[in-house]
Design a binder for this molecule. Sequence first.
Ligand code: FAD
Length: 474
Amino acid sequence: MKYDIIIVGAGPSGLFTALELIKLDSKKKILLIEKGKRVENRKCPKETKNNCIDCQPYCSITTGVSGAGAFSDGKLSLSPEVGGELPEYIGYDKAKELIKYVDDIYLQFGADKNVEGVKDEDKVKEIRRKAIMANLKLVVCPIRHLGTEKAHDIFKDIQNYIIDSGIELKANLYVDDLIIDNNTIKGIQVIDSYEWKKGNTENIKEIYADKVILSVGRKGADWLKKMCLKHNINHRAGTVDIGVRVEVRDEIMKEINDVLYEGKLIGYPKPYKNKVRTFCQNPSGFVAEERYDNQLSIVNGHSYKRKKTQNTNLAILSSHNFEHPFNQPIQYGRKVAQLVNMLGDNKIIVQRYGDIMDGKRTWQKELNESNVIPTLKDAVAGDLTSAIPYRPMTNIINFIQAMDIIVPGFASPETLLYGPEIKFYSNKVMIDNSFTANIKNLHFLGDGCGLTRGLMMASCSGVQMARLLEDKCI
Ligand SMILES: Cc1cc2nc3c(=O)[nH]c(=O)nc-3n(C[C@H](O)[C@H](O)[C@H](O)COP(=O)(O)OP(=O)(O)OC[C@H]3O[C@@H](n4cnc5c(N)ncnc54)[C@H](O)[C@@H]3O)c2cc1C
């Protein structure tokens, strides 16, 4: 089997590479590979069963065609200041132009025409005034909210359009290794995902290609790190984000929800002055669980367009870097997650902020006494402070106290903290502005290589990749 281009990973970055190649009328023979299921087969049983059943071969929340995007909240951040480092590679103006281009494509596929966060300048100024008082920086970013159920439909239509246009899509196919010869990519080794999960590796096959694009997302960051080590691909340790998901009543977050939809706030709280930030705010949303291949349970959040709760959730993430003698942030994050999972019997732990401040664990019966009813039904009441290291925990507590100045009630005793929320995009491949490192014709895209951190930027990186492949970069 031989192709001109193989795209590994059908998340937004891989899909938009394929989509743009079609738009550019590429005559190349293209194969798109995804280790998870096709969009229409991705379902999270937790929605009906309230319990994570550890789906095989992979968790549908994070894996499958449309990547982490299909089941995500689908918030498209329409600013080059949000979503990763793509502007550093292609320039701020180009990034702005690509955002507009990609946003139009999402609109053509049925995205909501409404843009949040641009309505009332005076109210934004008032929120910024309070942020200044709290020593936090407010980043204002227009947001197009697809909503979880709509994002699913949009990506299904994109997937079908790509297939109908002649690109070959192979789902449930795991890319196990790269074939590299003389510092040039020659192809990949693949195996059926179910077989691979069972440990049967006899049926590994080789597929050859002139160019290979690795758009493997956060879920593939660990695999990508292994590939970097095995094939001497230039990379370096990045940042690991350790955090929690906070859940409060909508009434508490009303001002930010109404004016901005998502309040992006950044601070450097004393004494450590690490970067701490809010991330992925979901008004009237649901706290969610993602299952990683290595059995880790990680908390996240999303919100639907129609199905609503009475709670808002958002992540608070504390960024950490390591240098000499330890430089493995993914390992560090995994160890923290393992410890939290161990204390929660492999479930997400939830603890009330007041209990943390009182130095005690939370008990299940105490959760029932609050106004905030947890939306993650199988989270277990427990003690995050026994597992999250002192430094990130202190950062999180201090940040919550600063947030209370902007959002009175945010640091209420009944505020819920779920953990662990950890972002595994900490392996950075050392790419240039054609998204290659030191292996010829091997390209890297999206969240997995540390280039982007969100749906919009991942999609933009795909468009740019396709234009580079077709020599149509304007
Ligand atoms: C619950 C949740 C909510 C989110 N909400 C938002 C939001 O509202 N707004 C926002 O901007 N971002 C959000 N995100 C993040 C967003 O989804 C990602 O930034 C985006 O999907 C990254 O795109 P990507 O193409 O780089 O990677 P991904 O979307 O992760 O896609 C990578 C794909 O590669 C596949 N893959 C990995 N390794 C292999 C392999 N070895 N072989 C074959 N296939 C492989 C994976 O299965 C995956 O499908 C959310 C994420 C989650 C999990």
